[in-house]
Design a protein around this ligand. Structure first.
Ligand code: NDP
Length: 252
């Protein structure tokens, strides 16, 4: 990875990634840095992973900052965005990646898990967008990480997760109307099964998911990151309010 490549279309831009320590968020952080952006990333429980992402970006010649901020805590999100702006003097790109997946039969699903799912998967997106646009340059980018489960939920026990990702579809449409006059785009990327700690490709469950996809394999975090990088680029200025599925045909 080198930031001094011809792909460095995000040079001088600052990106804030909510949940960038592991999995898809870490891949997005590294990819945006590779494209020239300065990256601030939050983590909650994985400081070592977050610091490793920062190190990798720095070794490649980029700049990055890891900030502890629980996405269930609105004040922590706002403080992290303010620290990013204070440190790097601007904000151009917000990626809302932090997410949790709780699965349990309806009878056993706790209200605590229900509320935490909504707080991290939905409310944090609203809070971060509201705070970020105070500082964001006109023409900026907001990219949410939803899920193909907003379109297809083929197993029991995942209703609240599917609901949380469906909520992002509507939130993204509505906020596009708020932000369009400033040329700020907001889009919702909906991955299918991607090999991460949340959804390992070697789990017992994985074969059943592979069987549902025309492209019968798990996605790679780099594939999602590449799509996010495109949405963050100047080329994508005319895409907004969209939910864009990248799922190997899972929902087809
Ligand atoms: P992982 O569980 O591998 O990573 C989750 C990331 O979110 C970590 O960086 C974690 O940070 C962060 N995070 C979780 N909770 C919080 C919190 N309370 N505050 C701050 N950060 C938090 O998940 P994935 O990479 O697989 O998922 C990333 C996103 O993609 C999620 O929104 C998920 O719903 C979505 N997605 C994933 C799919 C998949 O198959 N993997 C498919 C479709 C969508 P830390 O460890 O530091 O707490």
């Amino acid at each position: 990875m080198s930031v001094h490549s011809e792909n460095a279309v995000l040079t001088h831009q600052v990106a804030f990634i909510q949940g960038g320590s592991r999995g898809i968020g870490a891949a997005i952080a590294k990819r945006l840095a590779k494209n020239g952006a300065i990256v601030a990333l939050t983590y909650n429980s994985s400081p070592d992973h977050a610091n490793k992402v920062v190190k990798e970006i720095e070794v490649a010649g980029g700049r990055a900052l890891a900030i502890r901020a629980d996405s269930a805590d609105a004040e922590a999100i706002k403080d992290a965005i303010q620290l990013t702006v204070k440190t790097f003097n601007r904000l151009d790109i917000l990626v809302n990646n932090a997410g949790v997946l709780a699965i349990a039969p309806l009878a056993d699903f706790s209200l605590e898990d229900f509320d935490r799912t909504l707080a991290i998967n939905v409310r944090s997106v609203f809070v971060a967008a509201q705070e970020a646009v105070k500082y964001m340059t006109d023409g900026g980018r907001i990219i949410n990480i939803g899920s193909t489960n907003a379109e297809r939920m083929p197993f029991a026990g995942g209703g609240p997760y599917a609901m949380s990702k469906s909520a992002l579809v509507g939130l993204t449409k509505g906020l596009a109307r708020d932000l369009g006059p400033r040329g700020i785009t907001i889009n919702n990327v909906q991955p299918g099964p991607v090999d991460t700690d949340m959804n390992p490709a070697n789990s017992d469950f994985a074969d059943s998911l592979r069987a549902m996809m025309p492209i019968g394999r798990y996605g790679k975090d780099e594939e999602i990151a590449g799509f996010v990088a495109y949405l963050a680029s100047p080329e994508a200025a005319y895409i907004t309010g969209a939910s864009l599925t990248i799922d190997g045909g899972f929902a087809a």
